[in-house]
Design a protein around this ligand. Structure first.
Ligand code: PMP
Length: 390
């Protein structure tokens, strides 16, 4: 069989299972309004939670740095890719997250892989929330430790697993801070208590919480007033740029710099990304208004959809999953939203469990009240048309 014939057959199977995906072309990252596949849409699926990806002050900062430092970093941090901007940003992230030190990675995905593949040793065990992000799952797969899954945010389940794994050398509890598909917040106070009681370490992926939760946007650690052993984050969501990071103790950073393969063997992020992220963090810490506006809109959307009779998952985070049920109706719902100028994709199995297909809305500080009103009117109309609400 030819190479391409073999792949065509495999793709055919993906199509038959209803899991075939394709990309859509966006006119720019200038959300929330953009042209998607030729038609103007209000985007309700972006991670640009504070609207910083196209903030004029940050763009100007980036242009200036670009002119001074050029495009790429040209090497890994340990060879020739380490500029003053990388170090300045690491110090800034550490002070923002109130930790001793920080280490940059090329993405949040690679930060998770780097931590989980290097930190736990053979004979250790990773206790991982059932709904953790794919990058945590992949990191666990690459780890020398074994992985045990506990039920989503269920502290009885976590405690049971902690009791069952006493024979392992070390236990690591690993969890998303805010879960990307359900919009739930990990109960970190209880997790830290259990970790303390059962002598386990805690690793939190704060990708969706950084910039959003906490008075100054520092994430779940600020929201709950806790200090996990390792916090992972991304520059690609509320911070509006691109790249990942890990914060914690100085010795943790020193360890990862020496052992995390996704740090050692990858080209450093461009200095321009560091400079823009640095300025974005300054903005996030000082400007509480964007966060307040965001929280107000989250409450308006959730309250209204709930009152209409929709099943809405999650807590007060920018991720608002509206459960539709079967995959086909969810796709239909999403198409009808698009016809109304709203872009919000359907999320289907295997990303979510069977019967829990949904429209996953994300709201950002850049959305306006009238855009939210249009969203809610469209949901009511389409929900009734597809007989999801009465
Ligand atoms: N963790 C979580 C919870 C995420 O949702 C994502 C991105 N979707 C990542 C990590 C990966 O971050 P990045 O996009 O920076 O690779």
């Amino acid at each position: 069989m030819s190479f391409n014939h073999w792949l065509t057959q495999r793709i055919e199977k993906t199509k038959q299972a209803g899991l075939y995906r394709g990309v859509r072309t966006m006119s720019s990252a200038a959300q929330p309004k953009m042209v998607v596949n030729g038609a103007e849409q209000i985007v309700f699926s972006s991670n640009n939670y504070l609207g910083l990806a196209n903030d004029p002050i940050l763009v100007e900062k980036a242009v200036n740095t670009l002119q001074e430092f050029g495009l790429g970093s040209s090497g890994s941090r340990l060879t020739t890719g380490n500029t003053e901007w990388h170090e300045k940003l690491e110090q800034r992230i550490a002070s923002f997250k109130k930790s001793e030190a920080a280490l940059l990675f090329s993405s949040g995905y690679l930060a998770n892989i780097g931590v989980l593949s290097s930190l736990p040793e053979k004979g250790d065990v990773l206790l991982s929330d059932q709904l953790n992000h794919a990058s945590i799952i992949d990191g666990c797969r690459l780890s020398k430790a074994e992985t045990v899954i506990y039920q989503h945010t269920d502290m009885n389940s976590l405690e049971l697993k902690l009791k069952e794994t006493q024979a392992y050398t070390r236990r690591f509890i690993v969890t998303d801070g805010v879960f990307s598909m359900d919009g739930t917040i990990a109960p970190l106070v209880q997790i830290m208590k259990l970790a303390n009681r059962y002598d386990a370490y805690v690793i939190v992926d704060d990708a969706h919480a950084t910039g959003v939760l906490g008075e100054e946007g520092k994430g779940t650690s600020e929201h709950f007033g806790v200090s996990p052993d390792v916090i992972i984050g991304t520059l690609s969501k509320a911070i509006g740029v691109e790249g990942g990071f890990v914060t914690g103790s100085r010795v943790l950073v020193d360890f990862l710099l020496n052992h995390a393969r996704t740090f050692i063997f990858q080209t450093a992020i461009p200095p321009v990304s560091c400079a823009a992220a640095y300025a974005a963090i300054d903005m996030i810490e000082k400007d509480k208004e964007k966060r307040k506006h965001l929280l107000r809109m989250i409450k308006v959307i959730k309250g209204n959809l709930d009152a209409m009779g929709f099943i809405v998952y999650g807590q007060d985070t920018p991720i608002i999953p509206v459960i539709i049920g079967d995959a086909e109706t969810s796709v239909q719902f999403s198409k009808k939203l698009q016809e109304n100028g709203i872009y919000a994709p359907a999320i289907r199995p295997p990303t979510v469990t069977d019967g829990k297909s949904r429209i996953r809305l994300t709201v950002t500080a850049a959305h306006t009240d009238s855009q939210i009103e249009h969203l809610l009117t469209s949901f009511k109309y389409i929900g009734r048309e597809l007989e999801i609400i009465s």
